[in-house]
Ligand binder design. Structure first.
Ligand code: S3P
Length: 439
């Protein structure tokens, strides 16, 4: 999205009380729409996220030829896809808006459509985000991607016959992993992706649900083109990354007690909640573990959160992919915790919607936090609180905007967020939900 500047001031609040249904998950929503578009049978999607990012995906699949019919309930759609080989060629660019997931997923599918071409583009944040991470494996598979400076949007995808490869991911990224697996579904032969560390596996679960012969052995996932690709129904669970903002606020504002309903507990998504428990947070609800994971469905839980003192912790590289979008909140919580909080091995934060190491550190320093950036993370000295009183700029980054709101609620003097509108990217109802808990 473009940089906007609606400001909103968040004042210190009384305790958060009550229940919140977690908003629909962004990652599963993107996948539901894209896999439905690739499907040969209509897919009944429920609880699809109504937010700017996921609406970009619905619009993209519509333009590629899928029929998207809204149902009676909010977030309900029947999506009639075009099949693995059916996306329509387009004259005008596909606008991914602010969505890195859409930007990285579509080329996997479109890159294998022989004789057709597309241009992908997005907002100013998207134009700064690297696509060489997908260009490299896709070109090894035979694809033709023509990017600005070899690594940036706008870029052209020229469909070519693809063949399977074995690709060792240089960074643990669910987006890149998914892109290569999707390309593997339209490629000849077998495609294998080797993960340096586990990352969220929504793609693997949904493809398994659809009957795709997808195998995992240790750190390697293999896929081949299915004879027929068809999903039946996808119910999108609640988003643990969106709920994390309210959870953090409830932990920090004394006297709070909330329950978050219908939250996805997929072990690839709940690293933040394990970090919280290590920091001493009182959380009720059973998180999934690799040992209890289902291969083809998404578990949901009700999570109870009670405010309480926290202690500092160290987040190491292997935990980073499992908590990647929540690390800004770890920085904020570290300000309130006893002792030092360190995040390392998180260089990926530098290529998110903003350079989230720089923007989080700048934003929290402006509120009086003792936080320093490192090359691949940050170090926070807990001071038992946050003075606040400053302006926190979102830089158009939805998670920065919501971080500022939570910081304001828990601060002594309040925080003014410049660019609060950015929250519409993943969570348009954020301010209303927060107000509902602080009423
Ligand atoms: C996502 C994966 C993560 C995450 C992003 C959504 C996904 O990105 O930050 O918000 O839907 O797969 P990376 O896989 O690039 O780390």
């Amino acid at each position: 999205m473009s940089l906007t500047s609606r400001t909103a001031t968040f004042h210190p609040a009384g305790p958060l009380r009550g229940e919140l249904t977690a908003p629909a998950d962004k990652a599963v929503s993107h996948r539901a729409a894209i896999f439905a578009a690739m499907s040969e049978q209509p897919v009944h999607v429920t609880n699809y996220l109504d937010a700017a990012d996921t609406n970009s995906t619905l619009e993209a699949v519509r333009r590629l030829g899928a029929t998207v019919t809204p149902g009676a309930a909010p977030g309900e759609y029947v999506i009639a896809g075009v099949g693995l080989d059916g996306p329509r060629e387009l004259d005008a660019p596909i606008d991914v808006g602010n969505s890195g997931t859409l930007l990285r997923f579509l080329p996997g599918w479109l890159g294998g459509q022989v004789g057709r071409r597309w241009t992908l583009d997005g907002d100013e944040s998207i134009r700064r985000r690297p696509i060489d991470r997908i260009r490299v494996p896709l070109e090894q598979m035979g694809a033709d991607l023509r990017a600005r400076d070899g690594r940036l949007a706008p870029f052209d995808v020229v469909g070519r016959p693809l063949h399977g490869i074995t690709y060792a991911l240089p960074v643990a990224s669910a987006q890149v992993k998914s892109c290569v697996l999707i390309a593997g579904m339209v490629a000849a032969g077998e495609t294998a992706v080797v993960e340096p560390a586990p990352s969220r596996d929504h793609t693997e679960r949904l493809l398994t649900r659809a009957g795709v012969a997808l195998r995992r052995a240790g750190d390697t996932i293999t896929v081949t083109r299915p004879a027929r690709f068809g999903l039946d129904a996808v119910r999108v669970p609640g988003d643990p990354s969106s709920a994390a903002f309210h959870v953090a606020a409830a932990l920090l504002v004394p006297g709070s007690r909330i329950v978050v309903r219908d939250m996805a507990a997929n072990w690839g998504r709940v690293g933040f909640y394990s970090i919280l428990r290590r920091m001493g947070a009182e959380l009720g609800g059973e998180l999934e573990t690799p040992a209890t994971a289902s291969p083809d469905s998404e578990p949901v839980i009700d999570l109870e959160v009670v405010a309480g003192g926290l202690r500092g912790t160290t987040v190491e590289a292997d935990e980073v992919p499992l908590a990647i979008d929540e690390l800004p909140l770890v920085a904020l919580l570290g300000c309130f915790a006893e002792g030092e909080t360190v995040v390392r091995g998180a260089r990926e934060l530098r290529v998110k919607e903003t350079d989230r190491i720089a923007t989080v550190v700048e934003g929290l320093q402006a509120q009086g936090a003792r936080i320093e950036a490192t090359d691949d993370g940050f170090v926070v000295q807990g001071t038992g609180g946050l003075p606040g009183g400053g302006v926190m700029r979102s830089h158009g980054d939805h998670r920065l905007a919501m971080l500022g709101a939570v910081a304001g609620l828990a601060s002594r003097d309040g925080v003014t967020v410049d660019g609060m509108d950015a929250a519409v990217v993943s969570y348009p109802g954020f301010e209303a939900d927060l107000a509902g808990l602080t009423r």
